[in-house]
Design a protein around this ligand. Sequence first.
Ligand code: GLU
Length: 464
Amino acid sequence: MNRYRFAPSPTGHLHIGGARTALYNYLMAKKSGGKFLLRIEDTDRERSTQEHVAAILASMEWLGLEYGEGPFFQTERMELYREHLERLLSQGKAYRCFCTPETIQEKRDLAMREGRKPKYDGTCRKLDPQQSASDPRPHCIRFHSPEAGKTIFEDLIKGTIEFENQELDDLVIARTDGTPTYNFVVVIDDLSMNITHVIRGDDHINNTPRQIQLYQAFDYPIPTFAHVPMILGSDKKRLSKRHGAVSVMAYRDEGYLPEAMINYLVRLGWSHGDQEIFSKEDLIKHFDISKVGVSAAIFNPEKLLWLNGIWIRQSSPVRLLEATQPFLLARGLDISDTEYAAAALASCQEKVKTLIELAQMADFYFQETVTVDEKTKKKCFKEGYRDVLKKALELFRGLAAFDLKSVETALNEFGDTHGLKLGQIAQPLRAALTGTMISPGIYDVIAVLGKDRVIKRLENILSS
Ligand code: GLU
């Protein structure tokens, strides 16, 4: 069975690039009927925080990237790393290195002066393991990496990648304080979690040959790698805060739908013909990591906004309510009548691009009384408007069915009877019922508000 993982470091919020990596892993796991797991790489204790862990978990949940296993935390797995360190030491595949940081620095400086590539010279490789084990001096542990030959792998995105082994240092796998280093713990995690596929950012590509050598040292099958190209801002520089919101949570808070975010993320580097709109189900069917392009993708917030508008338009009323609820509640609105609230939102969905705009536009539906601002009054309450509203009030009092069709038919007949154009009716009605000039279509407003609210709102205006 294929096993994929997403392994974020909680040194910041989950950003656009990380979310895309998580999504690609998730989709490949789903597609292959495999497993997707989440591992929090929190060994950098200084920069890892609980707040970031919480933000990563919340982002994963919001995006709907369910993981079948985890979250695992590296800080809870130290014993396992120690056992594996011991194993390499006892097999002579790793050794204790007593070189002081000063000696190493001196050798490095000399190499630089002589125009050589600085590299650990292997002084402690030749030490007797037994003597080293009882040597009380401070030491780190180094991996005895192969000195000749090449490390080669087939990357699913980048193709064949080769490294000359002699270019690679004897990697420090445990520091002087005994803590294991990054490349070591990643390998122990991946092999003990039986990971078969590693999809991650291409900033990790230089780690891969070192990790492969460690797999080989443990006689463990090497996973398949796919290194995803970076995401750049419109100025072709690496995406960062300078380019606006980059954290997933910021988009949630700005009123984006996770469906739109998923749709946007997947297209950063992958395409399927001319298709732009993808549901998660479509993606599970069509997405293929080996079809991801080799060049960097450019982040385009306008496109994300455009997609959000599309996803808002194609959401069901129930989904709209679920997603917009936090924004409605933040406005202090009473949305306990969920059927009404869902219909209210659905009537606005054609006209907005974010859920914040949606909540704003739908706000009038939930107000006890409507206050018409001066600008709207001036624009919509033209001469004779009270007469129009009075007659409309009579019409609605006598109207039995309040569905969209009946409202439309009744208002059209009303126009014909009184010799009024739709605008002459709709403008004062819109102002009286919504308080603003920007609202959904007048028939929708009336049908959603329903008879009682419409009558009450009109009576209020006429008595003022
Ligand atoms: N923790 C690494 C990161 O956040 C990912 C390592 C990996 O996927 O192998 O960049």
